[in-house]
Design a protein around this ligand. Structure first.
Ligand code: IPE
Ligand code: IPE
Ligand code: MG
Length: 236
């Protein structure tokens, strides 16, 4: 049955896939081999997501600030992303995954743009998982460009122009910051930070993050959703 991506029961999970470089250098390997291992982790997580109750998965692959890296690393990342899209398209089609790339396109090379267009067209009917890859993505730029496209600025109009709100935001690699990822959509996201480097992340790590998420009491500014006897205990 096709899922309705706006249904409450399907979660929107965002992942800042961080730690590829440290995973590699810690093993005496060049950073690019960490990025290659990171592609394998992305494949594992995309495969595990739909059966874990994840309906929307937003993966941070390349930030607008990542252009500041050495050109040889940037080139390697661009090539890896194009190869990933080409290789994964048939798998996404078979698994009912709709792939979409968010972020700027005008600074990407023609080969990567063609791979994105091809992957998006081929996977458009997928309804098991909506996979959003953030490439040349900046949350601040995304908010600005959505706001600029509105005839009249209001919170509701901007909310509709932005992507779906995040339920759970995971960052691997040990850092505890958002690095310009989904700043609007994370207004009430639960944050899970793990020291696991992205190339070591797998279905079990995703399941652990989801378990932690389910233990959280999401209040959205309201009062705690806890049993009355526990509220009584606080009064004592
Ligand atoms: C994440 O890993 C991948 C990208 C940002 C493209 P890093 O390359 O940032 O890895 P670390 O943080 O240097 O270990
Ligand atoms: C964030 O990681 C971007 C991606 C994972 C694509 P960075 O490694 O670029 O973030 P900082 O520089 O540590 O904040
Ligand atoms: Mg990093």
């Amino acid at each position: 049955m096709p899922i309705n991506f706006t249904e409450q029961s399907t979660l929107h999970v965002g992942i800042i896939m961080d730690g590829n470089g440290r995973w590699a250098t810690g093993r005496g390997l060049p950073r690019i081999l960490g990025h290659r291992a990171g592609v394998e982790a992305a494949r594992r997580v995309v495969e595990a997501a739909p059966d874990s109750g994840v309906g929307i998965l937003t993966l941070f692959a390349f930030s607008s600030d990542n252009w500041r890296r050495p050109p040889v690393e940037v080139d390697a990342l661009m090539r890896l992303m194009a190869v990933y899209l080409q290789n994964e398209t048939p798998r996404c089609v078979a698994q009912g995954v709709r792939l979409e790339v968010i972020g700027r396109r005008d600074r990407l090379d023609a080969k990567l743009c063609a791979a994105i267009a091809q992957a998006e067209a081929a996977t458009a009917p997928g309804r098991r998982l909506w996979l959003r890859m953030a490439v040349d993505y900046s949350a601040r730029d995304a908010i600005l460009s959505a706001a600029r496209g509105l005839p009249e600025l209001s919170r509701d109009a901007l909310e509709r122009a932005m992507g779906p709100p995040l339920d759970l935001l995971i960052r691997t690699g040990g850092e505890r910051r958002l690095s310009d990822f989904q700043l609007w959509e994370s207004a009430y996201a639960e944050l899970v930070f793990t020291r696991t480097m992205w190339p070591d992340f797998d279905a079990a790590a995703l399941a652990a993050a989801l378990r932690e998420f389910r233990l959280r009491d999401r209040r959205f500014g309201a009062v705690p959703q806890v049993p009355v006897y526990r509220q009584q205990a606080w009064l004592d």
